[in-house]
Design a protein around this ligand. Structure first.
Ligand SMILES: *[C@@H]1O[C@H](CO)[C@@H](O)[C@H](O)[C@H]1NC(C)=O
Ligand SMILES: *[C@@H]1O[C@H](CO)[C@@H](O)[C@H](O)[C@H]1NC(C)=O
Ligand SMILES: *[C@@H]1O[C@H](CO)[C@@H](O)[C@H](O)[C@H]1NC(C)=O
Ligand SMILES: *[C@@H]1O[C@H](CO)[C@@H](O)[C@H](O)[C@H]1NC(C)=O
Ligand SMILES: *[C@@H]1O[C@H](CO)[C@@H](O)[C@H](O)[C@H]1NC(C)=O
Ligand SMILES: *[C@@H]1O[C@H](CO)[C@@H](O)[C@H](O)[C@H]1NC(C)=O
Ligand SMILES: *[C@@H]1O[C@H](CO)[C@@H](O)[C@H](O)[C@H]1NC(C)=O
Ligand SMILES: *[C@@H]1O[C@H](CO)[C@@H](O)[C@H](O)[C@H]1NC(C)=O
Length: 884
């Protein structure tokens, strides 16, 4: 069931078993299609054999890059648009400029077929920009997968779009094809933003099909087969599925004529998929049509993440009906669950024919002011300027055009305020379009071969303060307006070395005259510059300081341990442990010994050789773990890797593991407040692994014996990350060997054999129940009752006191216990989607702790006869168990 969008292979470019009859008349339906084969020879074009789509060369859309061909080995596997690529070994950003109709909605697709075009057999990774904004990062999910593409539904705001390939230092960017298809305005509407495709599936397609596109789909969307169809029963019709003439979606009849329905008619159809970004917003489009000739009723509901969002409705017979949310939704979870369920009075099970999921992309970086762009584009073409003049002139700021300076204001279009074309070999007259750069403050055209008169419009540029026309071949006279502005001191004008001017400017005189102002201007300028630099410096410093503060908070101080972490030899380990004299414990990975490292106590875990999978991997992991620091994670301070002897050196945790303190019949027991603090500490440690680490680390074996307590009873998570921390490429975590401990293991693991962060949440919930009850996770009786079942039973009786560890003798705030039980029960939900995230758990536990502390503080004030008063006194020293 669990299925990830990244697993979709869009290999469908390859094999279309297509009835060629369909190609007849296909040409006229392609109106508005822009189909660019990148790297194709200049001026060539062809009609693609399978689809009949006309592709043209990209030469007129871009100035840079090199044409290359993919290796012949790959040719047969891809259609012609993939055969050639344009690659960009030069320049950080290279852009296509494609003319479009402003206000129109476009379905855009950029394709990348590596096909070893460079003979390096090394797949690059790079960014794809739409104008000044990041569209997506182009990466290939699998080494064997040399083909990928990105799709976007976007309303063009201008009469052009820029598609840019940006080198991010991970290989040379390249592109195979670019396709734009106009869409009706009424289709795929959003309140804000564009839509990036997450997945698009045909729910009944025969598995031997590799997808449908144009001409089946008039909008040329790719419809691929849902890859877990075997979970359901397929139904189909040979009749055509019609669409209403005003249906903006127009799903193709071949796609709509097949559908899936549950194998068990009483079941629902649930599509569970991984969301690429848990914080993003999404839109879903579900396409329905009744394909069976029924004289019974089929009524169904749509649920999303457990909430009913639509229905009851009956799919119309042989007619497409697209149901979509009018607003974006978000899941705040790694998964979303879209489910079609049968209505109470329906006599038939639910069906679904096809669906699409899109992620909202808010492109917030503004493009340069349109007039400025038009003006500079004319200047570029007039003088045939090479340089890096591609894409948007000002945005993003790190790709601003050479010689151009801009003024940036939040959310407003940047304006060009300076243009420097000095020494660019310019010939001809001063381009009239310069007059449209109305915000320009500085214009430097010096040291070129410009001819003709100096135009009067220069004196009309309101903000112009610097004009340098030195070393050119201008003729005629200097416009009166310019002289006036120069004389009034508002303009620094340089005209030296223009031998052909009718009133030759005496440079020396000019210089004397013309230098006073520039010097004043430049001294003022330098002063302002210094102020700006100082301000920037101060600001940056302040920011950095703020960063430092944040970092300092999250990085705990380890004193001597911190500075000495390193690799040890086996003999050093022997010395440190005094020949493994004292055993601290035995765990799944090996035995833990007590030791000393420079007079500091440490715990040294010797791993059984079989638990370590190869030197390289061990190294990578240890290096990663040595970088993981959090006050609630036991820190790895060193390691040993001598041939067969593998050991890890951790900080020493004086008070052992949590389970001992919960189960031991020792004289001191942990108070309720101690327990809440320990729970909060542990939750924070886990949250850090999930949210603070890149890549996120899943613990996979959270249990009370893996929560250790230091001398002040601060809890730290141990045993995380070993050999198991790396997510698989589909975003979930496949387990190579069985992880977890019975009783703590996520029940969904038995169904899916996959673990994810929510599995840690489950295990943490079990630990929290142990903390509350001090009961074993599984009863030692024959029935092996799980702690969550037991608590569930007790809760049904409504008696909270019988749940809590009786040794606490009622010394707790009932509200905080209720809250803690609630959190724990949410964590142990059988259904992973219902479990909170660790971040949520941390927030809730802190609240719970605050409730408890408020209570103890009150009792501290109200009475000394109250037994809470004793606890309150003890709680001054953090987490000292109250002595009874
Ligand atoms: C081309 O496709 C075939 C069949 O799917 C596959 O066996 C072969 O490995 C592919 N060739 C390349 C070079 O990827
Ligand atoms: C779509 O909307 C834009 C702007 O609202 C409008 O200019 C354009 O004509 C519309 N296109 C169609 C096909 O209705
Ligand atoms: C319609 O329903 C009736 C009774 O419910 C049944 O006898 C008949 O065969 C059905 N017709 C079709 C086409 O399914
Ligand atoms: C998905 O949602 C449906 C309807 O709410 C529910 O019955 C089903 O159990 C959910 N599936 C999972 C795996 O959460
Ligand atoms: C089933 O219920 C829906 C609304 O709840 C109603 O519109 C529909 O007519 C009912 N169908 C039958 C066959 O009763
Ligand atoms: C223009 O660029 C040249 C060198 O590229 C530099 O010497 C000159 O100072 C610049 N002009 C202005 C006004 O910044
Ligand atoms: C102007 O043109 C001449 C002849 O083409 C060339 O030799 C000279 O270098 C050019 N000067 C500048 C500043 O570009
Ligand atoms: C540029 O000119 C506009 C009006 O023409 C004015 O509002 C603006 O303040 C000027 N900017 C600068 C930096 O002088």
């Amino acid at each position: 069931m669990l299925w990830s969008f990244t697993q979709l292979h869009f290999a469908l470019l390859g094999g279309f078993a297509l009835n060629l009859m369909l190609l007849v008349h296909s040409q006229d339906r392609q109106s508005g299609f822009i189909s660019i084969d990148c790297g194709l020879q200049t001026d060539s074009s062809y009609s693609e054999k399978v689809t009949g789509i006309n592709y043209i060369s990209d030469a007129t859309f871009i100035d840079t890059g090199e044409s290359k061909s993919i290796s012949p080995d790959y040719r047969d596997n891809y259609t012609q648009p993939s055969w050639s690529v344009r690659s960009f070994p030069e320049g950080a950003r290279n852009c296509y400029k494609i003319n479009v109709t402003p206000g129109n909605k476009y379905f855009m697709r950029a394709g990348f077929t590596y096909g070893n075009y460079d003979g390096q057999n090394k797949i690059p990774e790079f960014d794809l920009h739409l104008g000044p904004n990041l569209w997506d990062t182009v990466r290939f999910e699998y080494a064997s997968d040399v083909n990928t593409h990105r799709e976007l539904i976007h309303v063009a705001l201008r009469n052009y779009i820029h598609v840019c390939l940006v080198n991010t230092g991970s290989g040379v960017p390249f592109i195979s094809y670019l396709e734009l298809r106009p869409l009706p305005n009424a289709s795929y509407q959003t309140t804000t933003g564009s839509l990036a495709l997450v997945t698009r599936c045909d729910m009944g397609q025969r598995p031997d099909r590799r997808g449908y596109r144009y001409p089946f789909d008039i909008h040329d969307r790719f419809w691929s087969s849902y890859n877990e169809l075997y979970e359901w029963t397929q139904v189909s019709t040979s009749s055509t599925i019609e669409t209403e003439s005003d249906d903006p979606f127009q799903p193709p009849s071949v796609v709509m004529s097949t559908a899936s329905t549950p194998k068990d008619p009483s079941d629902s159809l649930s599509i569970i998929f991984v969301l690429p970004d848990i914080n993003a917003e999404y839109y879903s489009y579900l396409h329905f049509a009744e394909v069976e000739r029924v004289n019974q009723s089929r009524f169904q509901y749509i649920f999303r993440n457990g909430r009913r969002t639509f229905g009851p409705f009956a799919p119309p017979q042989y007619l497409s009906n697209t149901i979509h949310s009018t607003g974006a939704w978000s899941s705040y979870a790694q998964y979303a669950n879209i489910s079609i369920t049968r209505a109470e009075n329906s006599t038939l099970p639910p069906i679904l024919n096809a669906f699409e999921i899109y992620m909202v992309k808010n492109f917030i970086e503004a493009e340069t002011n349109q007039e400025d762009v038009d003006a500079i584009a004319y200047i570029k073409s007039t003088y045939k300027i090479k340089r890096n003049w591609q894409g948007d002139p000002c945005a993003p700021q790190n790709f601003v055009w050479e010689g151009v300076k801009c003024n940036y204001q939040d959310f407003e279009s940047p304006r060009i305020i300076s243009l420097n074309l000095s020494s660019n070999g310019l010939t001809g007259e001063i381009a009239a379009s310069i007059s449209n750069l109305i915000m320009i403050q500085s214009l430097d055209l010096s040291n070129n071969n410009l001819t003709g008169p100096i135009p009067d419009f220069l004196s009309k540029l309101p903000n112009l303060t610097v004009l340098n026309l030195e070393k050119n071949k201008f003729t005629g006279s200097v416009p009166v307006g310019l002289n006036e502005r120069k004389n009034s001191g508002s303009l620094s004008l340089s005209l030296c070395d223009n031998a052909h001017l009718s009133q030759p400017v005496s440079c020396t005189l000019k210089k004397k005259h013309g230098f006073v102002i520039p010097i004043v201007v430049s001294i003022a300028g330098i002063f302002i510059l210094l102020l700006v630099v100082a301000a920037i410096f101060w600001w940056g410093f302040k920011r950095k300081r703020q960063h430092d503060v944040i970092d300092a908070k999250s990085i705990p101080q380890y004193g001597s341990l911190e500075s000495t972490k390193r690799q040890f030899t086996y003999s050093e380990i022997l010395k440190m442990t005094n020949n493994f004299e004292r055993v601290l414990g035995r765990g799944g990975f090996g035995t833990v010994y007590h030791g000393y490292m420079d007079h500091t106590q440490v715990a040294i875990k010797m791993l059984s050789a079989s638990s370590v999978q190869g030197f390289q991997q061990f190294h990578a992991e240890v290096n990663l773990l040595m970088r993981v620091h959090h006050k609630n994670l036991t820190s790895l301070v060193g390691y040993c890797n001598d041939e067969t002897q593998v050991g890890l050196v951790y900080e020493y945790m004086a008070n052992g593991n949590l389970l001992n303190h919960l189960s031991d019949s020792r004289s001191s027991i942990l108070t309720w407040e101690d327990r809440l603090r320990i729970a909060t500490d542990a939750a924070q440690g886990l949250e850090y692994l999930h949210c603070g680490c890149k890549p996120p680390i899943m613990h996979r074996d959270v249990k009370s014996t893996n929560i250790l307590l230091n001398e002040s009873f601060q809890a730290k998570i141990s045993d995380f990350g070993l050999s198991r921390n790396f997510p698989t490429h589909d975003g979930t975590h496949a387990s190579s060997h069985l992880a977890g401990t019975p009783g703590y293991l996520d029940p969904e693991f038995y169904l899916s054999s996959r673990l994810n962060e929510k599995s840690d949440v489950y295990s943490f919930g079990v630990v929290l129940l142990e903390i509350i009850t001090s009961r074993p996770v599984l009863t030692r009786t024959h029935e092996r009752i799980h702690i969550s079942q037991w608590v569930g039973l007790m809760l049904a009786n409504g008696d909270i006191n019988s749940i809590v560890d009786p040794r606490l003798e009622g010394n707790f705030n009932t509200n905080s216990v209720w809250k803690a039980v609630e959190i724990a029960m949410a964590c142990v939900s059988i259904n992973a989607i219902k479990r909170p995230s660790m971040s949520q758990v941390v927030v809730d536990l802190k609240e719970c702790l605050a409730t408890e502390c408020a209570q103890t503080n009150r009792s501290r004030v109200t009475g000394f006869n109250n037994s809470n008063a004793l606890m309150a006194d003890n709680s001054i020293v953090r987490l000292t168990p109250s002595v009874r």
